[in-house]
Design a protein around this ligand. Structure first.
Ligand code: AOF
Ligand code: ZN
Length: 416
């Protein structure tokens, strides 16, 4: 399809190229930075001149990679390379071929940055490249840019349009946005339950509640997350591996290390005694971090030594009522945007109370196990007595997962 009018925000070609940006963006997990994709198009022919994505924090942004990819694609690309942002470019050995993208249309899933961070502003690169139009998915929630990027481009005479595939882009930036706004990672509680609300049988058997298609989706979800959290009980009972391995057909793994595997426990010595050979203590394929609390260093000394020998990192805090707030602060500190809680009902209840859960992904399987003793997704030592006092959730999406007919519910804690 040919590129269409600048002011038509429903143009098929705009949607097409923005979709491509989203695809490119999701090749990487560059936390604490957002995943961004960029496509540069010759407007008359709709020919793609260059594509790029942001691979890792500290590396070039999507726009710069796309600009660099333009060289050699057009006549203008043969123009001599010029140094971008001279000072910075020289220091880092970066050159950007300018000219190749002159008059081009630029599609980018997130507003181009307008600040000097680890890299210079993309707005400057786009202005220097003399592009004609920039189509943006959503504005950057980072207060250093927050609309300023779009404004800067407009002031330079570039046509700017914001909001193409805005809902999809906003979903992609849910974790990043939460991190930037609240200085906390975005928490997803994922669980699978039977139609009668059980996450396992009374004897603890949970393999498997949902079908294999649902489980493959979970691997794709893990792949998008920076960390996966469980409690000591899950390590003891399920001995999970928590790696990304069995992805749905057609989904390629992101170009990033395995998500960080995090175990929260207040009884480290007991956990290591109970589960000395847990799969999580094998750190050959993925990192494992144990977040724990003990009053005296000596208390769990032996367990700490045992784990560290196996490459497990141990982060200790002074004991408090809950390790969740400490874990959240630590996860934020190490750069996590999105954290997947794959824990049992007790830790999930604690996480919910501590404000660590911002999205619920619930797989419901068409089966019943029965029994008052079978565990449920939120198991507290308190309970709401009146339905009026229940935690309100907003169910935003319901999907069927075929061929097993599971149901996937996406819900958000409702605003009070
Ligand atoms: C863009 N394009 O591809 C990305 C952007 O300090 P830095 O250089 O790592 O920049 C991080 C900030 O840049 C981040 O907080 C967000 O505002 C923006 N991310 N912007 O124009 C990109 N990844
Ligand atoms: Zn940028």
């Amino acid at each position: 399809a040919a590129a269409t009018a600048v002011d038509d925000d429903t143009a098929d070609s705009d949607i097409h190229f923005m979709r491509r940006c989203l695809e490119l963006a999701q090749r990487a997990r560059p936390s604490p930075n957002p995943p961004v994709g960029c496509v540069i198009v010759e407007p008359d022919t709709a020919r793609v001149l260059g594509e790029g994505y942001h691979e890792r924090a500290g590396m070039p942004h999507a726009e710069v990679n796309a600009l660099r990819a333009c060289s050699g694609c057009s006549d203008a690309g043969r123009l001599a390379d010029r140094l971008l942002h001279t000072e910075w470019g020289r220091a880092h050995g970066w050159t950007v071929p300018l000219g190749a993208a002159r008059g081009a249309h630029v599609y980018v899933s997130l507003e181009p940055c307008n600040h000097y961070g680890r890299t210079p502003p993309c707005t400057e690169a786009l202005i220097q490249a003399q592009v004609a139009r920039v189509v943006i998915g959503v504005l950057d929630p980072d207060p250093r840019t927050a609309g300023g990027g779009a404004e800067r481009l407009r002031r330079a005479g570039i046509a700017v349009q914001v909001g193409v595939l805005a809902a999809e882009c906003a979903t992609l930036y849910e974790g990043f946005t939460h991190r930037v706004r609240y200085q906390k990672p975005f928490g997803i509680y994922k669980y699978a339950m039977t139609l009668d609300g059980k996450i396992a049988t009374a004897t603890g058997d949970a393999r498997w509640v949902s079908g294999s298609a649902s489980r493959r989706l979970v691997h794709a979800l893990r792949d998008r997350c920076d960390a996966v959290v469980v409690g000591g009980n899950t390590v003891r009972r399920d001995d999970p591996e928590l790696t990304v391995r069995d992805l749905p057909a057609g989904v390629t793994r992101v170009n990033a290390p395995q998500p960080l595997r995090v175990v929260l426990t207040r009884q480290l010595a007991r956990l290591v005694r109970d589960a000395p050979d847990a799969k999580l203590w094998n750190t050959a394929r993925a990192r494992t971090v144990v977040v724990t609390a003990h009053a005296r260093e000596t208390e769990a000394e032996e367990a700490v030594r045992y784990l560290r020998l196996r490459g497990v990192e141990v982060v200790s805090f002074a004991p408090t009522a809950s390790t969740v707030p400490q874990a959240l602060a630590w996860l934020y500190h190490v750069g996590c945007c999105t954290v997947l809680w794959e824990c049992g009902g007790a830790l999930a209840a604690e996480a919910l109370r501590c404000g660590a859960l911002h999205q619920f992904l619930v797989f419901v399987a068409g089966k019943i196990v029965g029994g008052a003793g079978a565990p449920t997704p939120i198991s507290t030592d308190w309970q709401v007595s009146s339905m009026r006092d229940a935690w309100p959730l907003d169910i935003r999406r319901v999907q069927r997962i075929e061929p097993e007919h599971d149901v996937l519910i996406t819900a958000y804690p409702a605003a009070p």
